[in-house]
Ligand binder design. Structure first.
Ligand code: TXA
Ligand code: MG
Length: 359
């Protein structure tokens, strides 16, 4: 029991709700993680950190536990969940034998921000896969996530921790209210290291297809396998019928305030275009790069960082702030699409509901 545990002081009991808050920002504590893992095995659901974004997790082999995730998020039942493992030995039980290309991807990118779609075995409940005969498998590199899975002794099904449609949670403080009382534990490790969700890949005819871009880039996959295809829906609106990754067809990441994405390779053009929009709409907010914001003719700016790594880390927390400004338009600076830039643009273009100016 928590009460008998020396880590008791780290458990925030101010909220006499069902959710127990665990602060592991400074110190890691195995005894507490063991309890969290055991609660998962017993069918409870939790919020926990991964290197990409926070997850809301349940025992992947327990369909009633998994159902609680869909209810807590308000998630569409045809949008499948990723199953998280802590050891490749867990794979055998869950999926059919990977082919040569799939195995090479697993060897290259596990553990890490990478999800591979494989043919599932019957042990995976239908509720996880939304009726598909495949399942997404990921082995996180985050140590807390790994330990929770290990202590649970079962794979953990976990979508990003956010209400459906909202930006993914990268800071527990951003999502605590959304899930208060809905989960048994909330494990806080501070801001997630990467900030955008894992790269989702499916191998078709021995060629890796990127269904969702992430920190593991097209360039890295091509280097390992020799070939890579970027799904056409990554920067384009999906036609509901033909989408390969069901998650791509839903409204995602978008604040209530109207947003527009602006990008130019030429810095001067970018700044001029954004200042034109500011002059036209007046009551605006700009999400801009550190080195650019002093050039904008408005004080309403959120600094999203300079490098693509910084932007990736801050993008969801920044998007979560914009509705508080009560403006008519949010103007968001885009980035170039190389490396992790493709993942950032994939999330931003959805946040802006495909309102995009390239100049
Ligand atoms: O980084 C991440 O992947 C985070 C952390 C918590 O691991 N998880 C995450 O899960 O982003 P979620 O559910 O928010 O996104 C999973 C995406 C969705 O777009 C879903 O449609 C797709 O992966 N997906 C899952 N299983 C699939 C399958 N069998 N076939 C095609 N796409 C699948
Ligand atoms: Mg998600």
């Amino acid at each position: 029991m928590i009460e008998q545990n020396e880590s008791y002081n780290r458990l925030d009991k101010r909220n006499h709700m069902k959710s127990i808050y665990i602060n592991l920002k400074e110190e890691k504590n195995d005894a507490v993680l063991k309890q969290v893992g055991e609660s998962v095995r017993k069918g409870e659901i939790i919020l926990f950190p991964t290197e990409t974004v926070y997850g809301i997790g349940a025992n992947a082999l327990d369909k009633n536990a998994v159902k609680k995730i869909y209810m807590a998020k308000g998630r569409q039942p045809d949008n499948p969940l990723i199953v998280h493992i802590s050891d490749t030995r867990m794979l055998k039980e869950l999926v059919e034998e990977p082919n040569e290309t799939e195995q090479k991807l697993i060897d290259s990118f596990f553990p890490g921000p990478f999800t591979i779609i494989l043919k599932r075995k019957k042990i995976i409940p239908n509720i996880i896969t939304g009726g598909l005969d495949t399942v997404g498998i990921r082995m996180p590199s985050n140590l807390i996530a790994q330990k929770i899975i290990k202590y649970a002794g079962v794979p953990i099904a976990a979508p990003s921790a956010n209400l459906s449609g909202k930006p993914s949670g990268t800071l527990l403080a951003d999502i605590r209210e959304e899930f208060e009382g809905k989960v048994s534990y909330m494990v806080d490790e501070g801001l997630a290291e990467i900030g955008v969700e894992s790269t989702v890949v499916r191998v078709i005819n021995q060629i890796p297809h990127i269904l969702r871009p992430g920190k593991i880039t097209a360039e890295q996959i091509k280097e390992k396998i020799g070939k890579v295809v970027i799904d056409e829906h990554i920067l384009k609106k999906c036609d509901t019928e033909e989408v390969r990754s069901p998650g791509m067809k839903y409204r995602h990441y978008a604040p209530k305030t109207k947003c527009i994405l602006v990008y130019s390779q030429n810095e001067q053009n970018l700044i001029e275009q954004i200042n034109e929009l500011i002059a036209k709409y007046k009551n605006v907010l700009v999400l801009g790069r550190t080195e650019h914001i002093q050039n904008y003719h408005t004080k309403n700016c959120i600094d999203i960082g300079n490098t693509k790594e910084e932007i990736s880390k801050k993008i969801f927390t920044s998007l979560r702030k914009v509705d508080n400004f009560h403006v008519d338009l949010v103007i968001i600076e885009g980035v170039d699409k190389s490396g992790i830039g493709l993942a950032i643009m994939n999330r931003l273009i959805r946040a802006c509901e495909y309102q995009y100016i390239e100049c």
